[in-house]
Design a protein around this ligand. Structure first.
Ligand SMILES: [Fe+2]
Ligand SMILES: [Fe+2]
Length: 259
């Protein structure tokens, strides 16, 4: 690992510059940053829908993270072009900066999408704009291009209003805390200790395998090319099915407290 946010390969040549936003696909960007002091890393993402007018920001992060994240967003697009923010749940690492993001976006039509159980809580963040319950739009957001984002309930994983978002065009799942990892490796596409690197996060934050298993069984029936979690590494290709199967059988939460 280099001294800044630039990863080096074995020959010492720069491979990925984490000081910049990072294109995970042609239209999906990681706008997070690597942590230096062992703090839990968060992964905000930006979807720039190239065939339409929509820009969607996923899980924008905390108050202290705001300047770094917004700098990366502004490097990609004017903030006024953000049309929607998806909030997977209400935690401070997910959406503590929503009010300041709203201020800088300055778009009166900005919509913030979340589950009602999340909206009741983030309404206390002092937001000025429109909070939209995903149930009111039948768990589907159709962008101006016709691209569909499907909201998938992940209730109690780990919040009562947790949702994931599936982009059917890129077959990408923005999974929130699910598939997250606590790790010391600062790599967005890490293979280090996969899939066991997800264990400690799920054991600590997910309520039980009884809740986790049906969610994994639902996801296993979907065509998913990549998972973009709010913590840990992006999972692609064969790792997607491996991760789903691994979590399907993982004891966590009260399973461990009882056992
Ligand atoms: Fe959380
Ligand atoms: Fe989180």
């Amino acid at each position: 690992m280099a001294t800044d946010d630039t990863e080096e390969n074995s020959s010492g040549a720069s491979a990925i510059n984490y000081d910049e936003s990072l294109a995970v696909t042609r239209e999906i960007y990681w706008v997070g940053f690597m942590e230096a002091g062992g703090r839990l890393r968060c992964n905000p993402y930006l979807l720039i829908d190239g065939r339409g007018d929509d820009v969607i920001l996923f899980d924008p992060g905390s108050i202290p993270d705001f300047p770094k994240i917004m700098r990366k967003v502004i490097d990609l697009i004017p903030p006024q072009s953000i049309t929607g923010i998806v909030v997977s749940h209400q935690d401070p690492d997910v959406c503590g900066n929503l009010a300041v993001i709203e201020d800088i976006v300055e778009n009166p039509d900005l919509k913030i999408y979340a589950h009602l159980n999340t909206i009741r809580l983030i309404a206390h963040l002092g937001l000025a704009g429109s909070l939209l319950d995903v149930a009111e739009i039948d768990y589907r957001l159709t962008l101006s291009s016709g691209r569909v984002l499907e909201f998938i309930p992940m209730l109690y994983l780990h919040s009562p209003g947790a949702i994931a978002t599936y982009d059917s065009q890129s077959k990408s799942l923005f999974s929130g805390d699910v598939f997250g990892a606590i790790g010391s490796d600062n790599d967005l596409f890490s293979k280090t200790n996969f899939p066991q690197n997800m264990d400690s996060f799920h054991q600590a934050y997910m309520p039980s395998n009884k809740v986790l298993r049906p969610a994994m069984e639902k996801l296993s029936g979907m065509q998913i090319d990549r998972i973009l979690p709010q913590h840990g590494a992006v999972l692609e290709g064969d790792d997607v099915a491996v991760a789903i199967e691994h979590l399907r059988t993982l004891p966590c939460g009260v399973d461990l407290a009882e056992g």
